[in-house]
Design a protein around this ligand. Sequence first.
Ligand code: SAM
Length: 286
Amino acid sequence: MNHDFRNDGPRKVGHVKEVTSLANPIIKDIKALTNKKSREESGAFLAEGLKLVIDALELGWTIRTLVYAKAAKGKPLVEQVAAKTVAAGGLVLEVSEKVIASITRRDNPQMVVGIFDQRWRQLREVKPKAGDTWVALDRVRDPGNLGTIIRTADAAGAAGVILVGETTDPFSLETVRATMGSVFAVPVVKATPEEFLAWKKTAGVSVVATHLAGAVDYRTIDYKKKPVVLLMGNEQSGLPDALAKEADALARIPQAGRADSLNLAVATAVMLFEARRHLLTLSETR
Ligand code: SAM
């Protein structure tokens, strides 16, 4: 990545750069963020939509660049996020619809796109307390599943998501889309299986692993006595023995019908809402 989305020469506050060419190097660098390698090198990612950008700024995420389509110019909320971006030292680009469509690879693109710093939490900083529920995902592959799980973890009031082993990128365009903004609200941690197992020994948590061969009905488990980590298996191969044997319980969701298993995101949702059932009431929800 050549462009850091900031060093584009001197800019005065309120200055907006107009871009109409797809060949513009800044646009090329922004488009490159759809590739994992560019995201890793730059530590940045794309989020589409004005609401997401507003939410991210409210939650204190660092914006590097704000891109908006000409048609959005003058809208009060767009002006506000543009002012906040400039105040934070970021770049504001006003672009043609053709350019914003090519960034997001959509025919009907959002009018606003934000480029933000990625944010990862370290596992050693994770110190679960009473009432906390974490989700740990073993080698999750599907961006849609990961995004849906982050969104569901947010909705269920989970403390965060731990990605164990080689996983899909939580900051890919597809995952961020599927989170519907929850990527900005849910801490995400990355760990190797060894790091996860070492952490588990001292974290004071109960690891409830879900397994198609699990002997325990997920509804009979006591989710109140300790902070809980719900450990979910890979979409294709399920949970490996090395992780399953270290769990405090191997839970199964009883099934009827012909389906072999539930979709990973669906199984995670079922587990999350059962594990947090005693903590969720309608009066506390929006
Ligand atoms: N072929 C895989 C296997 O044999 O485990 C199927 C994996 S399933 C699609 C993905 C994950 O969802 C599982 O590893 C488990 O964590 C969870 N899961 C799906 N259905 C489940 C069920 N009925 N009970 C417990 N966990 C389930």
